[in-house]
Design a protein around this ligand. Structure first.
Ligand SMILES: C[S@@+](CC[C@H](N)C(=O)[O-])C[C@H]1O[C@@H](n2cnc3c(N)ncnc32)[C@H](O)[C@@H]1O
Length: 208
């Protein structure tokens, strides 16, 4: 898949991959949008944290669902994903946002820091097993001194097929190891109080 680019193995690449899967992923969202579903919760939350134009890294951007909305809202957005086909679809749909094919666990965007680094839509449980601390270290390295890392994912028992069971405690231990400190935790992208019904975690961290 993805022309000559090397495949990056993640939990996501075990359940997806290739241009047909990426197009099908995007079609599902297009269909939901046609039926009037609200797909902008993540972008709205992040937009509320920093006035535009903020520098935002959408880490695990997929086909650019959130990144493109944030660009339209006036932010300066870079999307990064390990799935070359998802990046291909993102670039076809949006020629303004910069989309980069790269592995978050080794990410090094030269001389670039961000006001917000976000991991939306179950990126955390679709990482390769055993890489969460390294990924969070790389995300921290891309944050400005007063930047925020924003992560939202489905908790154990509610995660999609093929995704890992990552509890809030697992994530907090990894964040601590990555020298990040917790600023706030919610139960949803519309900031329902933690722990809500226990199905979802949304965490905000800053560099320690
Ligand atoms: C469920 S999709 C979510 C996509 C997008 N954030 C959204 O909300 O529509 C999870 C994404 O995380 C990406 N991902 C997982 N591990 C990654 C890694 N190590 N580096 C970059 N992207 C990764 C996958 O390739 C996949 O596109």
């Amino acid at each position: 898949m993805g022309g000559n680019l090397p495949e990056i193995r993640t939990r996501w690449s075990e359940v997806s991959g290739g241009i047909d899967a990426a197009n099908a992923y995007q079609r599902r969202f297009d269909e939901l949008a046609r039926r009037g579903a609200d797909l902008d919760g993540e972008a709205r939350f992040v937009h509320g944290l920093r006035e535009a134009p903020a520098r935002i890294l959408d880490a695990g951007c997929g086909t650019g669902r959130v990144a493109t909305t944030l660009t339209r809202l006036g932010h300066d957005v870079v999307g990064v994903d390990a799935d070359a086909a998802m990046i291909e679809v993102a670039r076809e749909r949006d020629e303004v946002t910069r989309f980069v094919h790269a592995d978050l666990s080794t990410l090094s965007l030269t001389a670039q820091t961000f006001d917000i680094v976000m991991m939306a839509g179950n990126v955390v449980p679709f990482l390769a097993d055993g890489t969460l601390v390294e990924v969070l270290r790389r995300m921290r390295a891309h944050l400005s001194a007063d930047g925020l890392l924003v992560c939202g994912w489905a908790l154990p028992g509610h995660q999609p097929e093929g995704a890992a069971a990552v509890s809030a405690q697992d994530a907090e231990r990894a964040a601590f190891a990555a020298d990040l400190s917790l600023v706030a935790r919610y139960a949803s992208w519309d900031a329902q109080p933690w722990p809500g019904d226990g199905s979802w975690a949304l965490t905000l961290h800053r560099p320690r």
